[in-house]
Write a protein that binds this ligand. Structure first.
Ligand code: HH2
Length: 274
């Protein structure tokens, strides 16, 4: 376990931590509509746990490029009953994937133990919710908003710019008393193909910030752009990208395909002696 990592982040293992994706949405880019029914969602989470997921990340709003925001009531209606069930039916921690403070707060009450904020703690109320609950938080970098983020995103230097964003957010989190922070450069969130590749290539540069790094590459469109594969055929590219991310310092990967990723990472971690 890394220095500076508190006991609330005891799900972080010596080898790589796998965060399994549970999208309770009708429109997620790769699995929209598959787990909208509570029983299906719970069964899928249990399966991911059996396959080796260390965290289950529950989301009720698609943030794919071009997506429209979902109303808070609707997001609550989708995720809360699922989290309430999962709190009793899985043993691994549940993370809530939301940028809405009220959804995060309700999810924590329902049994979630971590907040995955794709807007990167840019909302004061969200900072207060996380600080009050004393839970780990993922600060993800996103340039702009899902609706428009892929309209010609520009950086001076993509890694340096994201690092500056993180430094700023870490300071604000510290002032608020938030101690357990995980950083995520946000692959595909306001990034062109070359930005995504450069982030993966230079991922180690984020290590100077001294915090665990999470990366989500699973099935994303840069894999389609490089291979021509439709979303349901992107497992090989997803595995390659996860292996590169872990080889370059990621300690958590967010994936849809837990079993296959677990096998691939067993090799990586064995080779590197972890
Ligand atoms: N990617 C997605 C959603 N949440 N959270 C973090 N921390 N990092 C990511 O890379 C990330 C994320 C998008 O993937 P998915 O949930 O499968 O799709 P959708 O947003 O369409 O539901």
């Amino acid at each position: 376990m890394r220095h500076g990592v508190g006991e609330r982040m005891d799900f972080l293992k010596k080898s790589t931590t796998i965060m399994g994706v549970l999208n309770v949405t009708p429109d997620s880019f790769s699995d929209g509509g598959k787990f909208i029914d509570i029983d299906h969602a719970v069964a899928h989470a249990r399966q991911m746990e059996d396959e080796g997921a260390d965290i289950i990340d529950v989301g009720g709003e698609s943030t794919r490029p071009g997506s429209d925001p979902v109303r808070e009531e609707e997001e609550l209606r989708r995720v809360i009953p699922v989290i309430e069930r999962l709190a009793h039916e899985v043993t691994v921690p549940i993370s809530i994937d939301t940028y809405k403070p009220r959804v995060a707060e309700a999810a924590l009450i329902a049994g979630a133990r971590m907040v995955n904020d794709v807007s990167g703690l840019r909302n004061e109320e969200m900072i207060a919710v996380v600080a009050r609950a004393h839970v780990p938080v993922v600060i993800m970098h996103m340039l702009g908003e899902p609706k428009s983020m892929q309209e010609n995103p520009e950086y001076r230097d993509v890694v340096d710019d994201i690092k500056h964003f993180f430094e700023d957010r870490i300071r604000i989190a510290q002032v608020a008393g938030i101690t357990d922070v995980i950083l995520d450069p946000g692959i595909g969130f306001g990034k062109k193909l070359e930005h995504n590749l450069e982030i993966l290539r230079r991922l180690r540069e984020f290590e100077t910030l001294g915090l665990p790094i999470l990366v989500g590459v699973s099935r994303k469109s840069f894999i389609g752009a490089l291979s021509g594969a439709p979303v349901e055929e992107r497992l090989p590219g997803s595995i390659a990208a996860a292996v590169i991310a872990v080889g370059n310092g990621a300690s958590i990967v967010r994936v849809h395909d837990v079993k296959a990723t677990r096998q691939a990472l067993a090799i990586v971690n064995a080779v590197y002696g972890r």
